[in-house]
Design a protein around this ligand. Structure first.
Ligand code: GDP
Length: 281
């Protein structure tokens, strides 16, 4: 995240002691409509609209409050913990699957990576290449196979190999959006047949540079599959990251990781304190 906050304050402050256009400013910071309206009302009610310093402090407080730490579901140690990754193509889903496998592999866990996109051969090859590089197990289906059956088989294999973690990468083609959602739902239900606790996490991977578009993507996927977390990628670029707070405020979905580059180690656990500090530059 770049320092954008100061520039926005400058842009939307007509002059010293004058009223700042908080609504425009907060929208441009990608905080989304609902959070922007609530914060704008709050600043106005508390008489802070002409006091940028105090207003900033108040927003900071609110963001901290919204982004309270989440408690992830704890998996039964006897069975593989399952992460289902969903999201539209280009968001960084496959790269993130590899990053997560790398992170957990480093902790000594045995990881199985499953490519449940049986439509896009390139996506399967990409994940296979990552798996080889990281040293993870890899499961894929033949082209055109049912993605849910790939997930099912991958879970079976993960259990046989006593893997601690199974990461399922899914398709993300937007042209057939409703199919995509149905498919993700079916994968979810199929995994639950193998283990009622699975998937333990359903995380949406979104490109941070799309701004508040991330919010509508999250709402849609949440409705279709039920999300338990968000991973925002490409925060090393021009993304402002406001949607992290917007998604938490509007949908109650916490951000769990952020992607900060193209390399396999460029994934960080989401740290709300650090996020708030960086947000204001
Ligand atoms: P998918 O279609 O969602 O599976 O997306 P990919 O994993 O293929 O990623 C799409 C592009 O985004 C690739 O060029 C990745 O290297 C790049 N990418 C993924 N995550 C990040 C990130 O955190 N930062 C940057 N700069 N690029 C990323």
């Amino acid at each position: 995240m770049k320092t954008f906050w100061r520039k926005l304050v400058e842009k939307f402050t007509p002059g010293a002691g004058e009223k700042v256009d908080w609504e425009a400013l907060l929208l441009e910071a990608d905080l989304g409509l609902a959070l922007t309206e609530r914060l704008t009302r709050l600043l106005s009610d508390e008489g802070l609209t002409r006091k940028p310093r105090e207003a900033e402090e108040r927003i900071r407080q609110e963001l901290r409050r919204i982004l309270t730490a989440h408690t992830p579901k704890v998996a039964n140690p006897e069975r593989p913990e399952v992460i289902l990754l969903v999201g539209v193509n280009g968001g960084g889903k496959t790269t993130t699957a590899a990053k997560l496998a790398f992170l957990h592999g480093k902790e000594g866990k045995r990881v199985v990576l499953a490519a449940a996109d049986t439509f896009r051969a390139a996506a399967v090859e990409q994940l296979e290449m990552w798996a080889r590089r990281i040293g993870s197990r890899f499961v894929a289906g033949s082209p055109g196979a049912d993605p849910a059956s790939v997930a099912f088989r991958a879970h079976l294999q993960a259990e046989e190999e006593k893997a601690q973690l199974l990461i399922v990468d899914t398709a993300g083609r937007l042209a057939t959006k409703s199919n995509l959602m149905l498919e993700a739902g079916k994968i979810r239900r199929t995994l639950a047949k193998r283990d009622p606790e699975a998937p333990h996490h359903v995380w949406l991977v979104v490109d941070g540079t799309v701004g508040t578009n991330a919010l509508s993507q999250a709402a849609e996927f949440h409705r279709a599959v039920g999300l338990s977390g968000l991973i925002v990628t490409k925060l090393d670029g021009s993304a402002k990251g406001g949607m992290i707070a917007a998604v938490q405020e509007e949908l109650g979905i916490p951000t769990v990781f952020v992607g900060t580059g193209e390399k396999v180690e460029d994934l960080e656990s989401f740290d709300s304190e650090r996020y708030v500090e960086e947000f204001f530059g």
